[in-house]
Design a protein around this ligand. Structure first.
Ligand SMILES: [Zn+2]
Length: 427
């Protein structure tokens, strides 16, 4: 074969394989007959057609107004309500809690951890959660998994990660192996290390927490100098910073220096919540961890008495803080601090968290937004995900009731599509 013929064959092969791929990614799917919920509170689109081409929504509207190409695959969603894929903004895919669970996983290798996390990611997606933010996992297995999912090598939600959480010696989440960071210099270096590994958020732990003995839940453990230095360093790289905080004092200090988000907020008071509202600081409540519905979970994992005592000590204040945050109109994005699909009260932790928001004072629509468009806004990804609109990723979930009437509709997920691909279909 002459060189030019070889070259031609190679070019032909490249062209051929590209055209096959292109045909594949533009394969159309039409979800027909469902009711598309409007997140702005306007009337829903009944008997709708959502035309999906490749990974994105190509058109959306009432039947008859959207042409369905010949050969498009049809998904009959009659009798269902269609909403954006759910988002959970406080997840540790490799979560280990004190007690029996920690004992069983004490010698887990990093390879085993990565596999356990991959399984959890898959289960999360099947539970209707198409985007998660990871708020601290080990060994950068989270970032490896994020890349594998992005390449289509593993199934799971879209991942936004903070890499490893930055802990101080003796503080909440502090590591016995000594990889804690004390003083502004160490924290700045640690933040930059996470960013260079691929983290888009930095997670700091500025107050005590439930899962670590020592240091009150409401105590401000990180110094103002440390908080300032780490937030400043992250922002210079365009990374956002979220803080585990149960403390009004610590939160107050961190908001002044530009903190983007507060996790839990167990003991937040009204003045601090007002300040969060003023600054646009986000709250990810993880209310499910401190409330009664989660008791069977803690029993199942064999939580020790000291842990349950710390948890119970926070429950009432945590609930009050959530109610006040809703009253004050603080930006709230749903997060659970449990695996998104963890069984909870006959549904998943994600659905139960949303239900708690409604019980604490949100309208069903507000609760639905906290699980969809609000997290997208927090991630600054609202042009790509978070609502069902032409041009956005086709991350779509079907439920059997109208969630704007009752958020308990999220308890029963019937269809999960992410990036135009159906991962679960119980229709
Ligand atoms: Zn957490």
């Amino acid at each position: 074969m002459s060189i030019s013929r070889v070259r031609f064959s190679i070019i032909f092969l490249i062209f051929f394989s590209m055209s096959v791929q292109a045909a594949d990614t533009t394969a159309a799917t039409a979800i027909v007959g469902g009711t598309v919920v409007d997140l702005e509170g306007k009337a829903p689109i009944e008997n709708a057609v959502i035309l999906v081409e490749g990974e994105r929504i190509a058109a959306i509207g009432a039947a008859g107004s959207v042409g369905i190409p010949d050969g498009a695959e049809r998904v009959d969603a009659k009798g269902t309500w269609l909403i954006p894929g759910l988002m959970n903004m406080h997840v540790h895919l490799g979560l280990i809690l004190p007690g029996k669970m920690a004992a069983e996983l004490a010698n887990e290798s990093e390879a085993a951890l990565a596999l356990r996390m991959a399984v959890a990611a898959r289960e999360s997606l099947l539970a209707g959660v198409t985007t998660i933010r990871l708020t601290g996992d080990k060994a950068h297995a989270d970032l490896a998994l994020m890349r594998a999912i992005n390449k289509g090598q593993a199934y799971g939600p879209r991942i936004f990660s903070s890499g490893e959480a930055l802990t101080i010696t003796a503080g909440h989440g502090s590591k016995k192996d000594g990889t804690n960071y004390d003083g502004p210099d160490e924290l700045v270096k640690a933040a930059r290390t996470q960013i260079s590994a691929g983290a888009r958020w930095i997670k700091i732990l500025i107050s005590g927490g439930i899962a670590t003995q020592g240091g009150g839940l409401a105590n401000a453990l990180m110094t103002p100098e440390e908080i300032h230095a780490v937030i400043d360093a992250a922002h210079r790289f365009g990374a956002k910073v979220t803080a585990h905080s149960g403390s009004p004092v610590a939160t107050d200090i961190a908001i002044d220096v530009g903190l983007d988000c507060v996790e839990h907020g167990y003991f937040l008071d009204r003045p601090t919540l007002r300040k969060m509202k003023e600054h646009g600081t986000w709250l990810v409540p993880t209310i499910v961890v401190s409330q009664p519905a989660t008791e069977p979970f803690f029993k199942k994992i064999g939580s020790p008495p000291w842990y349950l005592e710390r948890r119970n000590s926070a429950g009432k204040a945590h609930w009050k803080a959530l109610q006040m945050a809703i009253e004050e109109g603080v930006n709230i994005a749903l997060g659970t601090d449990q695996l998104p699909h963890e069984p909870n009260d006959g549904t998943t932790a994600t659905a139960r968290e949303a239900q708690y928001y409604m019980e604490a004072g949100m309208t069903p629509l507000q609760a639905l937004r906290s699980a969809t468009i609000e997290p997208a806004r927090m991630l600054e990804a609202q042009d790509e995900i978070g609502s069902l609109e032409t041009g956005k990723y086709a991350d779509i979930v079907a439920v059997d009731k109208d969630p704007t009437q009752d958020i308990k509709a999220l308890r029963n997920i019937l269809l999960v599509m992410k990036g135009g691909k159906v991962y679960r279909n119980n229709l």
